[in-house]
Design a protein around this ligand. Sequence first.
Ligand SMILES: C=C(CC[C@@H](C)[C@H]1CC[C@H]2C3=CC[C@H]4[C@H](C)[C@@H](O)CC[C@]4(C)[C@H]3CC[C@]12C)C(C)C
Ligand code: SAM
Length: 375
Amino acid sequence: MDSPLAVFSSAGAGALLVAGTLYCLFAFLLGPVEKNSNPAVNLSGGSIAAGNVRDKYEFRRPKETVRVTDKVPDFVDTFYNLVTDIYEWGWGQSFHFSPPVPGKSDGEASKLHELMIVDLIGARPGDRILDVGCGIGGPMRTIAAHSGANVVGITINDYQVNRARTHNKKAGLDKQCDVVQGNFLAMPFPSNSFDGAYSIEATCHAPKLEEVYAEIFRVLKPGALYTSYDWITTEKYRPEEDAEIIQGIERGNALPGLRSYSDITAAAREVGFEVVRVRDLAREPTTARWLEIVAERDLAAPPAGPWWSRLKFGRIAYWRNHIVVSVLAAVGVAPKGTVDVHEMLCKTAEYLTKGGEKGIFSPMHMILCRKPAEK
Ligand SMILES: C=C(CC[C@@H](C)[C@H]1CC[C@H]2C3=CC[C@H]4[C@H](C)[C@@H](O)CC[C@]4(C)[C@H]3CC[C@]12C)C(C)C
Ligand SMILES: C[S@@+](CC[C@H](N)C(=O)[O-])C[C@H]1O[C@@H](n2cnc3c(N)ncnc32)[C@H](O)[C@@H]1O
């Protein structure tokens, strides 16, 4: 017969094993999907009260995209209340794509993409730089930390302002980084007050690109540079064949209508910018060449691959996330509509992947512009 001590220790070991397994299961299910991201238990409806998330989600039910110009900022604000926590949980603190770089993690590739902006606009210590559509500030922190510049971000979404400020403080960058809530179509900044500006995958939310470009032009000092990575349809886009994919991308990302790559340069010139460079960073050889700009940091960088590969993180991961969201919503930790929003994002990921694979869409059309120096 086993001694009481042996029985006790084998029961103890069993209990420990069960506890350990449960812990790992919970950590796997509820922990952040991305490094530096938010755990699933914090999923909320942004500034929307939990009980109203499902009603607000109704805004996605009609199959068309919102094109009524003056309603767009409100619509976009609601969209970000619904998706911000899911994005942060599943993607991290930077809400954009980037070309993958072999040998680098997704996070590192994303930072390289952000750092290129420091070189493009020549951000220097003490400069005052504007981040147009700053999200929760992932790019702002990278750019401020590496350049020594002070960065001011603007976002339409109040919940993002709070998240960004919390992260800025945690990163010890709250003296260098400031975030304001406002509409980038009418910015609360004096004219000629910034030494440089950038926007990453944000101006695609503007119903008329000229309107946001005109505002950026106004607040920049003469001679200052502005760069944008924007969402566009490429020259391969054929509306007769590809409309479903493009409309799927527009609906799932709260866009008032994607623009063609050629509209970007035209809008910049229309408001008075000199166009310095234009490149689609999604194209492999070009991306490789652009990586050379960050030469000191990554001289031997080989050509980058498709930006959409990060979205193909596999059925299992999507299912894991879907289960987590469904369980949290069922037990009342996450608001009820979160499941619908998550389902919508799964479909959006499919449309984005199809757009990338067909080469009809790019989320990283780069334009570099200068506000002419005063004569
Ligand atoms: C620039 C914009 C957002 C770009 C991307 C940051 C987001 C576009 C689609 C998002 C996602 C799709 C699938 C989600 C997945 C189902 C979930 O489990 C975890 C989060 C996702 C991966 C999510 C993350 C952010 C995106 C990639 C637009 C709005 C202009
Ligand atoms: C996809 S996110 C990109 C965020 C950030 N640039 C990044 O890369 O992490 C788009 C951002 O644009 C902002 N935005 C969209 N329309 C806006 C508007 N009219 N005024 C201010 N910000 C806006 C959103 O609130 C969101 O922060």
